[in-house]
Ligand binder design. Structure first.
Ligand code: ADP
Length: 194
């Protein structure tokens, strides 16, 4: 065994160990557009293929790391900054990271892109307000319509559509299975997986 205490273990050694390249798939879109559902399905498929994946879900992180943050623009920005920084640590250690956060403004996405650089892959999970309202998986749209939620994205807090995402997943037309397949293809073209 060689011991080089002063040398940092290079990223590509970990990537070789894992048989993949690190990177962050950043899923943005309205609440209920399908970010978590698709990230969850993708994690299962990648795991079954022997890939090592970590999911960072906005809602889950808000119960721990980001529990002191609300939904003002400043807090959303800090929420995104912390998530991007965590994603950066993981990706630079060879992990495929799936981040699901509404990320409603171009400036927020620019912040994440700035932190992650080439490791940032923007995936717009697209469904319009009416579709998400009809799905309402967490009952948030009903509460927002009743005036019980302030700064609700798409209602009294704007969602700026991504202008040049790496990939658009339209969940009004694509099934979860088809969406997963498209993202797997994307990962192959970007050589994150073989
Ligand atoms: P988000 O993470 O974007 O807030 P969720 O994944 O929690 O959204 O919720 C999306 C809801 O929409 C789920 O109830 C899911 O079953 C439903 N749904 C219907 N069609 C699709 C689709 N094609 N892709 C993803 N989710 C879909």
């Amino acid at each position: 065994m060689h011991i080089h205490p002063s040398e940092t273990l290079p990223r590509h050694h970990k990537e070789t160990l894992l048989g993949q390249k690190g990177g962050v798939l950043w899923f943005c879109g309205l609440s209920g557009s399908g970010k978590s559902t698709i990230a969850n399905a993708l994690e299962h498929v990648l795991h079954d293929k022997g890939r090592f994946v970590v999911r960072l879900d906005g809602d889950n992180l808000r119960t721990g790391l980001n529990s002191n943050l609300g939904f003002s623009d400043d807090d959303r920005l800090e929420n995104i900054r912390r998530t991007a920084e965590l994603g950066k640590v993981l990706a630079s250690n060879g992990v495929i990271v799936l981040c699901s956060l509404i990320t409603p403004r171009g400036a927020f996405r620019d912040l994440a892109r700035g932190i992650l650089g080439d490791d940032f892959h923007e995936i717009y999970v697209k469904a319009d307000y009416a579709t998400c309202e009809a799905r309402d998986p967490k009952g948030l749209y009903a509460k927002a319509a009743a005036g019980e939620i302030k700064n609700f994205t798409g209602l009294d807090s704007a969602f700026e559509e991504p202008q040049e995402p790496n990939l658009v997943i339209d969940t009004e037309t694509l099934s979860v299975q088809d969406a997963t397949f498209e993202i797997l293809e994307y990962l192959r073209t970007k050589r994150l997986t073989v």
